[in-house]
Design a protein around this ligand. Structure first.
Ligand code: NAD
Length: 351
């Protein structure tokens, strides 16, 4: 690794990045950062799976060997403090749940506290989708332990496809565009297209993310129901899909992620045309729905569709073949459901 941190003619280049969590999303986000590193930038990466870390490094350095000296794999969280050439400006976390974020941040802060007092600010950006209370707790912890540091919720929307293409939308707890620093803007723009400041209070980014994903979960269920209704009437579902696409029922789940095969050209690569594989899986939709409905309860806000949609997603996820495929598979799953004489609805595959 090169010595880092230098002055440009106009402003100081902040270019020491850390990335933790190289899974479905993180590997692509970190790849975009790597591919846009300037000669004096550095990127340190880590995943709890050593295999994932090594695969990432091998993949990106084989594709673009010219920057390989700027990239280093780390095998412990404490290495982000003790194994780097200079204190990191930004560390991004992209891990499954709140408990993982909490564990990683605690280890980072404790290691920083064991060293010399920090003169540079490190900002931790959490792009995972986690519960708001844990995110607020971690934010308060960071500010109490090292007030110069920051911890910002920066969840994303756009899925694996958006991460792969570098077109993610970021939602931040920041009040205005102007309150997002140029260095933060530069970093996020390496991975995404849109940056939305969602409010001044910590957790506003997650609040926006969970509100949107609640809408996604509910509309996806309604789309599956509507297409099953059309099916029961004997309608041609390809024609019905095209009609919905220009009618008042139009929404992302009905059009951009249409659950009916063969409606759109193969180059659109819709999950439905690959056996509902390759999209945003039902298990993760359920996870976000649970986070959103729990957050609503925490806020004393009732949700009309909360309990009913949560019930059906929980039921759907009892079947691994449904849980692990794209959320549009709910259309297929509803086809396996049958109403009994007493009104109860059962899954024929469970009976
Ligand atoms: P993933 O399970 O594919 O990847 C998570 C990675 O984090 C894994 O490689 C895992 O080994 C690693 N990890 C777990 N604990 C760790 C720890 N303590 N330290 C270091 N690494 C650790 O998940 P994903 O699909 O990449 O999603 C990550 C987050 O982003 C989740 O919170 C998810 O809800 C959210 N998200 C996912 C999508 C999506 O479409 N997959 C879209 C938007 C947001």
């Amino acid at each position: 690794m090169k010595a880092v941190r230098q002055l440009s003619t106009s402003s100081r280049i902040l270019a020491n990045y850390g990335f933790i969590g190289l899974g479905q999303m993180g590997q692509h986000m970190a790849r975009h950062i790597y591919n846009q590193l300037e000669p004096n930038d550095s990127l340190y990466v880590h995943d709890v799976s050593r295999d994932a870390t090594e695969t990432f490094v091998n993949t990106v350095t084989s594709a673009s060997p010219d920057r390989k000296d700027c990239l280093k794999a780390l095998y412990n969280i404490s290495d982000f403090v003790t194994g780097v050439n200079a204190q990191l400006d930004y560390i991004i976390t992209m891990v499954p749940e709140g408990r993982h974020v909490k564990g990683v941040v605690q280890q980072l802060i404790e290691t920083y506290q064991q060293g010399a007092p920090s003169t540079t600010k490190t900002t931790i950006l959490d792009s995972s989708t986690i519960d708001i209370p844990t995110s607020i707790e971690v934010h308060n912890y960071v500010k109490q332990q090292i007030p110069e540091f920051d911890f910002i919720d920066t969840p994303v929307s756009g899925g694996v496809a958006g991460a792969r293409k570098g077109t993610l939308s970021f939602m931040l707890s920041r009040p205005t565009d102007e309150s997002i620093s140029p260095s933060l803007n530069t970093l996020l723009k390496k991975m995404g297209k849109n940056i939305f400041p969602c409010g001044a209070n910590h957790g506003a980014g997650l609040a926006a993310k969970l509100s949107n994903n609640y809408l996604l979960a509910v509309t996806n269920l309604a789309v599956a129901d509507s297409f099953r209704l059309a099916h029961s009437f004997g309608l041609d579902l390809v024609k019905y899909s095209k009609l919905v696409a220009v009618s008042t029922g139009k929404c992302w789940a009905a059009v951009d992620n249409c659950p009916i095969p063969g409606v759109y050209p193969a180059e659109y690569r819709l999950p439905v045309d690959d056996g509902y594989n390759g999209g945003f899986i039902t298990k993760l939709t359920k996870k976000d729905l649970v986070l959103a409905t729990d957050a609503a309860k925490f806020n004393d806000r009732f949700l009309f569709m909360g309990d009913v949609s949560r019930h059906w997603y929980e039921k759907a996820c009892e079947r691994e073949d449904i849980a692990s495929r794209d959320l549009a598979v709910l259309y297929e799953w509803l086809g396996d459901m049958e109403q009994q004489a007493d009104g109860t609805i059962v899954d024929k595959k469970d009976v």
